[in-house]
Design a protein around this ligand. Structure first.
Ligand SMILES: Nc1ncnc2c1ncn2[C@@H]1O[C@H](COP(=O)(O)OP(=O)(O)OP(=O)(O)O)[C@@H](O)[C@H]1O
Ligand SMILES: [Mg+2]
Length: 456
């Protein structure tokens, strides 16, 4: 019985990926590494003294001295919840080349004016860092860099730090493990040391992490729960726009986003992002506009649609930036409720600027764009559509309606098509109840122009 218990407590753990087995293994069945099984005994003996855990009263905690550190970007500070919280660990993820190191260098350059800032790069030499700093115009006089991403050593060496940056998670390691840098055990240990240090010393630490195109982020996903803030950089490398989204924030709002523009001298915040995703500013059939919410921020997006003859013997629904299933659903609604024969047409749809939309408030504009392309109707460019469409064809209100209407007005739209129950109506709003009424709106004449090519 005792032998049995002993056996049960004996475990083998893969040093590389953390796989656990009661039996010894030569090759790890999960990560495929050889000879990484390490024996581990849960002997039930406590390594802590009784009374080593202490409790303190929250009433005694002094927080007035906890000052938020501002970054050089106003919108980013808002996304952080006012500024960088001392003692927070922030994960900045993104695809290779998107601008993570650039952002970190600009933040560090700014913070190094106020205190000691340490930038640890396992990716670029100090010379290359200097070259980037020069291009970005970052003052490097009090900027400390290192090429040794050994977390425990860095934390022990950095004296009186205001902020520490590790670039990147995939090169992180700790001194006492001999597995490859960036392996699961290394990353887990390193991040656990970093979080422990950050909380104890009240020093903010940034960790940069790569993600792949498919978003399979073994490293970052592994540590998301360990860090306080998770932000992901996205945007196409073909355009200069970059979006930083907050996935998780223990100290501020999540779902927030900051829009940057990548320039030769670094990232610049886009001051008035309302219309940044509008591409054409031209009037053509199949184009419509909508105001979506990204976190707490309304953003105007352009929807471009092309309805064409069926190429194969089934109707194709191709969409970029909108879930194709959602597009299929809306087009099915069109054929059923408005008897528009789109079931025998291919539909291609694109949201401008490589933007991905999940906000249901875009439904009305999508239907308008499909109708516009099908009937070759040019929707006047001063009309914007905000509203969700139910499967019964009714138009429904969406969250943040007042904010959306206000920003639409600010962006220069003079006819704002909204659900009848939306509230927040003004002289510029057009209220509609269902998609039958939408047809009336898209046939409206533009201010000072004629409805073109209406072949209905
Ligand atoms: N001279 C330049 N002018 C304009 N933009 C530049 C210039 N040099 C670099 N960039 C921009 O900076 C990007 C690279 O930024 P950065 O090195 O910060 O990305 P990263 O996310 O850290 O990449 P990695 O994952 O490879 O470390 C380039 O893709 C480009 O958009
Ligand atoms: Mg980089």
């Amino acid at each position: 019985m005792v032998m049995q218990e002993m056996k049960e407590r004996l475990r083998y753990i893969c040093e590389n990926c953390g796989y656990e087995s009661p039996k010894w293994f030569g090759r790890c069945p999960v990560c495929g590494s050889w000879n990484t099984a390490k024996e581990w005994k849960a002997d039930g003996i406590s390594r802590h003294e009784p009374g080593s855990v202490t409790f303190v009263s929250l009433a005694d905690e002094e927080i007035s001295s906890l000052e938020l550190l501002p970054s050089p970007f106003e919108e980013l500070n808002r996304a952080f919840g006012g500024g960088i919280v001392p003692g927070s660990v922030i994960l900045i993820g993104g695809e290779p080349g998107i601008g993570k190191s650039t952002l970190m260098m600009q933040i560090c350059g700014y913070l190094s004016q106020q205190g000691k800032t340490y930038y640890v790069s396992g990716e670029e030499s100090t010379r290359q860092l200097k070259m980037r700093a020069k291009r970005l115009g970052v003052d490097t006089s009090s900027f400390l860099v290192s090429n040794d991403p050994v977390a425990d050593m860095v934390l022990a060496t950095a004296s009186d730090p205001l902020c520490i940056v590790f670039d990147s998670l995939q090169t992180l390691q700790v001194s006492w493990l001999d597995t490859p840098p960036g392996s699961v055990t290394q990353v887990r240990e390193a991040v656990s040391r970093i979080t422990e240090f950050s909380k104890r010393e009240e020093v903010p630490v940034f960790i940069v992490a790569h993600i792949t195109k498919e978003g399979l982020i073994a490293g970052p996903k592994l540590v998301e729960h360990m860090v306080d803030v998770v932000m992901y950089f996205e945007g196409s490398r073909n355009t200069d726009l970059r979006i930083l989204r907050t996935l998780k924030n223990r100290f501020g709002p999540s779902g927030e986003m900051v829009i940057f523009e990548m320039t030769e001298s670094g990232l610049k915040e886009v001051a008035n992002p309302e219309k940044v995703f509008i591409e054409s500013h031209r009037t053509s059939a199949g184009v419509s506009y909508s105001m979506i919410m990204e976190g707490s921020k309304p953003l105007c997006v352009e929807i471009q649609c092309l309805v064409s003859k069926m190429q194969f013997n089934y109707p194709r629904r191709i969409s970029m930036g909108l879930d194709p299933t959602h597009l299929s659903m809306l087009s099915a609604l069109l054929s059923k409720k408005l008897s528009v024969p789109v079931e025998s047409r291919d539909i291609y749809l694109k949201i401008s600027g490589g933007f991905r939309v999940t906000d249901p408030g875009v439904d009305l504009a999508v239907i308008a764009a499909i109708l516009g392309s099908f009937y070759e109707i040019v929707i006047p460019h001063d009309i914007i559509f905000i509203g969700e469409i139910g499967l019964d064809g009714s138009v429904k209100r969406v969250g943040g309606m007042e904010k959306r209407i206000k920003i639409a007005e600010k962006a220069g739209f003079t006819r704002i098509c909204i659900p009848a129950d939306a509230g927040g109506s003004s002289g510029k709003t057009i209220e509609i109840n269902d998609i039958h009424e939408l047809v009336r709106v898209i046939r409206m004449r533009g201010r000072g122009e004629d409805v073109q090519g209406d072949n209905t």
